[in-house]
Design a protein around this ligand. Sequence first.
Ligand code: HEM
Length: 351
Amino acid sequence: MTARSADRTVYLRSHPVLFALLAATRRRPVLRLGRTVLVHHPEAYREILTRVPLDRTAEHTTGGTAARLTGGGLLFDQTGAEHRDSRRELAVRLGSDGVAALRPHWQQVLDRLESDLAAGPVDLVPAVRRLAGATAAALTGSTADPVALALAAERAAATTARTHLPALLPRPGAERRARRAAAQLTALLPDPRDAMLAVAAVNTTLAALPRAAAWCARAGLWEQARTDAPALAAELLRLTAASPVLPRAAAADATVLGHRLRRGDRLLLVARHAAEAHRDTPTGDPALAAQAPFGLGRHACPGAALARAQLADLLTTLAPHHPHVRHTAAHPRSALPSYRRCLLSHRPEPQ
Ligand code: HEM
């Protein structure tokens, strides 16, 4: 099995409806299904995120859902000066000095991972959960246990995602479960802005890092990881596109690549296809493909540099051991296509 087809099973097992919808419609750049518009084309994705006014508090969007569950004012749902101020404050914490200050918190986890790997097989999922939780705790100044914090952020995202992504069947009680999970997270991180930051950071990291490391192992890229981990990390983040669909809503009528969008349309922006994650090499703009997994425009992910640094450090830690993938299992209930288990071993598997 190739690295690509193995990675695809994460979608098939954890988000089958979403995967089927994306695969069936992939060749249509922009496709309207009633009041829902699926956007696959990289240029259309870029135009919508940078040029089309979006309703940041509409139902079934990331911002709208966050605002409804926590009271609002959480970056995703903000606009104008309020959003600019929040971003400026966060830019300091997530800029290069901020990332350097956070590094010791995740490096500790990687040191432990390395000694565990020397002793036998390791499951990357709990290790990355600890890494993401420790980073989120340091970023928010929380003294909560990093693993408890990460698990609460995972539950909050998983229950929320189920209220705004396409589904085969109705989900009774989904809203109630999402509220309960949000309350459990804010018991650990009382400031809703910190809770939102933890959700945004933990779930993407937990989706991206194990899948990227497994891809690296299956494709035999450890030598490249040893010599140029940052470039490989950026490419693996493109290929795995951890946050594959951005649910948004149009706040005004617009025309994108000749397609009419109407105010109030629900937009499913397919980051995975804008990143050309389904291709080994992008056929369009390579810079756009590399940035697409992190969004574009004023709301583009402020944690991208942190994510790239963490993946590069993880690959650097693993590279000397040339680990093999022993076993992976997709998570059936995660917010994003993720592994529940990702077992790596530094010894070749017995034949
Ligand atoms: C592989 C890891 C990650 C991926 C793929 C990712 C992806 C994204 C995407 C697609 C968006 C929406 C962008 C848009 O609407 O244009 C976003 C927003 C955001 N991300 Fe990330 N992210 C990652 C890691 C992180 C980390 C580590 C943090 C924090 C430490 C973070 C914090 C945020 C925040 C706060 C926003 C909201 C920004 C705003 O609305 O102004 N992300 N991310």
